[in-house]
Design a protein around this ligand. Structure first.
Ligand SMILES: Cc1cc2nc3c(=O)[nH]c(=O)nc-3n(C[C@H](O)[C@H](O)[C@H](O)COP(=O)(O)O)c2cc1C
Length: 376
């Protein structure tokens, strides 16, 4: 208790010292968004306008819809009496993060998240945590942001942002994080435009026309698959971004190999006829790789590229049981576009880089050689 109090006093002193420093002049530099960035939502909260100013710079560079999170109760001074209100809101959330009543009410927002490829969350830091109203917004909407490419910008006076980043990861559990959060503080605030420019270029935002690729490895042979642009496929990609997933699959009905993923995805089942090469989600948590056809209520996850007939049956080990398959993302999933992985018929090695470019003399690195992932 005494330690917490001391820490708070030290933090308050640091805060006051930092806020006493003058803010630098604005800069003429212009931030630039990565080429082809998909539809983007910027959601922000700002109490004393620092984050609002950052968002102003950001939206000069990025074409985005902007939503401001606003506390339901207007006119509260979160900083008065030694940050009393702000401090007690953060303590309430910290003590009971799973209880909706811990979060201060905010004005309703009406966002159709399905319209967006990327979401940039911009928030102040309060007592090292994410500011309470933004935590409320994410507590209520974080699940809907699953599978989206999410970026984070945090503004503080001087405190480091690791606990705020942890809040974001807790509140948006299935985000595809675009990279490190951007930390703007009173020392670097005058460089906001330059910082934004460098940071935007470092983030892996989703582009509007992008097709997401996945690798399937069975018995040492790797095939490339194109993922669907739906919620289930995005959630699968988010899982694979953390780690590759191993699944044990069994042949069934002479049209598929299938088995449990070990986790559930958000399905959007409809009655469809799945065909050879299709990757299907069945009953929320099972993956099916098709070498034949079947009509059922399924959710499409994607399709194996460039294999058919006996090549596909042989890759999938059609008819066998206990087939170990590893699902992973290419090392740069956002760049890999149209990899072809057909085996060579002339005896010549067919080698593609993970960017999908045909290579004749590969330098050191990871390649797809005759349909197999290899390290040269
Ligand atoms: C309740 C409250 C608590 C804060 N706690 C900290 C802190 O622990 N460390 C820090 O560096 N800044 C702290 N700040 C300062 C803000 O993080 C900083 O001024 C930020 O840029 C504010 O953004 P805004 O102007 O958009 O609200 C706090 C501000 C408030 C209102």
């Amino acid at each position: 208790m005494a330690q917490t109090f001391l820490r708070r006093c030290l933090a308050l002193m640091a805060l006051l010292a930092a806020t006493a420093c003058s803010e630098g002049e604005g800069t003429e530099a212009r931030a630039q968004a990565p080429a082809g960035m998909g539809r983007t939502l910027v959601v922000y909260y700002s109490f004393t306008n620092n984050v609002r100013t950052i968002v102003g710079e950001l939206t000069k560079a990025v074409s985005a819809d902007v939503v401001e999170v606003q506390p339901a109760e207007e006119g509260l001074d979160y900083a008065a009496n030694g940050y009393e209100i702000g401090s007690s809101l953060i303590a309430g959330i910290r003590n009971h993060p799973d209880d909706a009543d811990s979060y201060p009410d905010i004005k309703p927002t009406d966002i159709d998240f399905s319209e967006y490829d990327n979401i940039i969350v911009c928030t102040p830091l309060w007592w090292s945590q994410m500011a309470a109203p933004m935590q409320t917004f994410l507590f209520r909407n974080g699940q809907k942001m699953g599978g989206k490419h999410v970026a984070l910008i945090v503004s503080s006076s001087s405190s480091g942002i690791s606990s705020t980043v942890a809040d974001a990861k807790r509140l948006i559990p299935n985000a595809v994080w675009t990279g490190d959060a951007l930390w703007i503080n009173d020392r670097n605030r005058s460089q906001t435009a330059v910082l934004l420019s460098e940071w935007l270029q470092s983030q892996t935002f989703q582009t509007s026309t992008e097709t997401m690729k996945m690798l399937i490895t069975i018995a040492g042979q790797t095939q490339i698959a194109t993922l669907e642009n739906n919620q289930a496929a995005k959630e699968l990609a988010a899982k694979l971004q953390e780690d590759p997933v191993s699944v044990s699959l069994n042949s069934s009905g002479d049209f598929e190999i299938w088995g449990a993923l070990g986790f559930s995805l958000t399905s959007s089942d409809e009655r469809i006829t799945a065909g050879p090469g299709d990757i299907i989600l069945y009953d929320d948590s099972n993956i099916c790789l098709f070498y034949g056809s079947n009509t059922w209520s399924y959710t499409r996850l994607g399709k194996i590229d460039g294999l058919s007939g006996s090549g596909l049956r042989s890759f999938l080990k059609a008819g066998e049981r206990g087939i170990e398959a590893i699902l992973s993302l290419p090392s740069d999933a956002t760049e890999i576009k149209t990899l072809r992985s057909e085996p060579s018929h002339s005896g010549e090695d067919i080698i593609y880089s993970l960017k999908g470019e045909r290579v004749t003399n590969p330098a050191k690195g990871v390649y797809i050689k005759n349909g197999k992932k290899t390290i040269e």
